[in-house]
Design a binder for this molecule. Structure first.
Ligand SMILES: [Zn+2]
Length: 151
């Protein structure tokens, strides 16, 4: 996302608003072979809420719209993340996008909810998640970030 924005800023110039300075949590898979049994773990960057502040939910997994009960700073971040969803959706040729954004003001944590239309429901449990994916274009409202970058 940051590469896309950096490239687009070169084309579009400086926007009349600030772009949130956030990054995704660093993660890695670690495998350990113990007596012939391989165990795989998801290792995540440690985020200390007592230092970084409390987590904020920006966009849930049941709608592509930013949550409405956010303060001004969180609302700006949520709109930026909504723009990121839109870019991902376009870049993935409308086959997938990432949802359920939450985190701190500078560190973004994404619950691994990736909506896709290509796996015949393999990524979905019962419920309305597939409906959320198929309604993305109807429910997403382009904001100042989408409009500036001509998404
Ligand atoms: Zn948009």
């Amino acid at each position: 996302m940051s590469n896309f924005v950096a490239t687009e800023l070169f084309t579009h110039g400086t926007p009349p608003f600030n772009i949130p300075n956030i990054h995704f949590v660093h993660v890695a898979l670690a495998s350990i072979d113990d007596a012939g049994i391989t165990r795989t773990y998801l290792v995540e960057e440690f985020i200390d809420e007592s230092v970084e502040g409390k987590f904020t939910k920006y966009i849930s997994n049941n709608s592509p719209s930013p949550l409405s009960n956010l303060d001004a700073k969180s609302s700006r971040i949520a709109r930026y993340l909504s723009f990121a969803q839109h870019v991902q959706y376009i870049k993935m040729r409308k086959l997938a996008y990432v949802a359920d954004f939450h985190g701190l003001h500078s560190i973004l944590y994404v619950l691994l909810t990736i909506f896709t239309s290509d796996l015949s429901g393999c990524l979905f449990t019962e419920g309305n998640l597939m409906h959320v994916f198929t309604s993305f274009e109807d429910k997403h409202v382009c904001n100042e970030f989408c409009k500036f970058f001509s998404t």
